[in-house]
Write a protein that binds this ligand. Structure first.
Ligand SMILES: [Zn+2]
Ligand SMILES: [Zn+2]
Length: 277
């Protein structure tokens, strides 16, 4: 059996039980007039559940999961779906469900939380066909392996979740393998090798929290699920700038190059220093 095929659910377990197993507090499910907490309509139709600062649980259709470079992934855009439903008042439940899913993915990405996946099988409604009949879940199981959001496009809502990935490891150009050539960073001047403190870079990456400290956009996701930004000395080491977090910023690759080569680099330098002061 392939890695992917072994993920196909065979049992049809209750949403509430799976969500609870994944670490979500389900005590509020009992707060309604019906007999069974598991049937509480406030929750049981949701496709995303958030335990603040701990974990996010998502329903993922098995058919949407694909293998890429040995990883199991799923990509979607729930914001687009929500917009489609928004034109139809009779689809407001579906719209809300998509919006909640988008919110949960965004939350997991920004907080760097693990995802637990409830994998669904059955008859999925065609995404594009707004009048297709509602999907029918015939089997659902909780994947024991945690997933993580490995990319989320703030502008469009496009995202990818990856099975087994670590959520939001933050890396810069010195940590990433393969030593790509970074012409912007002076490695040595007249034989002097500048040593960069790893703890300083870590501190700066944590401070930036995955977003470029110039434009505020998320860095891109690397193939193994980390968030990539480049650390940059505002006053270069070669000019005697200190190797301290007050002189280092995390930038997206574009703004890193601009800080070195842009027409406005002097102004950028000044305002970066001011911001960190
Ligand atoms: Zn930027
Ligand atoms: Zn630089």
């Amino acid at each position: 059996m392939t890695q992917l095929e072994s993920l196909r659910p065979t049992k049809n377990r209750r949403v509430m039980d799976l969500v609870q197993e994944a670490g979500i507090d389900v005590s509020d499910w009992a707060n309604y007039a019906g007999k069974s907490p598991a049937a509480n309509p406030k929750y049981c139709y949701d496709w995303a559940f958030i335990q603040p600062d701990r974990v996010v649980v998502l329903n993922l259709w098995f058919f949407g999961i694909y293998e890429h470079n040995g990883n199991l992934q799923l990509s979607d855009n729930l914001r687009l779906q929500a917009e489609r439903y928004a034109r139809r008042p009779d689809k407001s439940t579906w719209r809300r469900r998509s919006e909640k899913l988008d919110e949960a993915v965004r939350y997991a990405y920004s907080k760097r939380l693990p995802i637990r996946a409830i994998v669904l099988d059955g008859h999925a409604r065609a995404h594009e066909d707004i009048d297709a009949e509602a999907s029918r879940v015939e089997a659902r199981q909780l994947d024991p392996v945690p997933w993580a959001v490995t990319s989320y496009n703030d502008q469009t809502g496009e995202f990818t979740v990856t099975r087994g990935a670590l959520p939001g490891r933050l890396v810069d150009q010195f940590e990433i393998g393969g030593n790509p050539n970074f012409p912007t960073e002076v490695r040595s001047v007249s034989g002097t090798e500048f040593v960069r403190s790893a703890p300083v870079r870590k501190r700066v990456l944590n401070r930036a929290d995955g977003r470029c400290e110039w434009c505020g956009e998320y860095g891109f996701a690397t193939h193994d699920g980390a968030i990539f930004l480049e650390t940059h000395h505002i006053v270069p080491l070669s000019e005697g700038g200190p190797d301290k977090s007050s002189n280092v910023v995390a930038l997206c690759p574009n703004h890193h190059r601009e800080a070195h080569f842009g027409a406005l680099r002097e102004g950028m330098r000044e305002s970066m220093l001011r911001k960190l002061r």
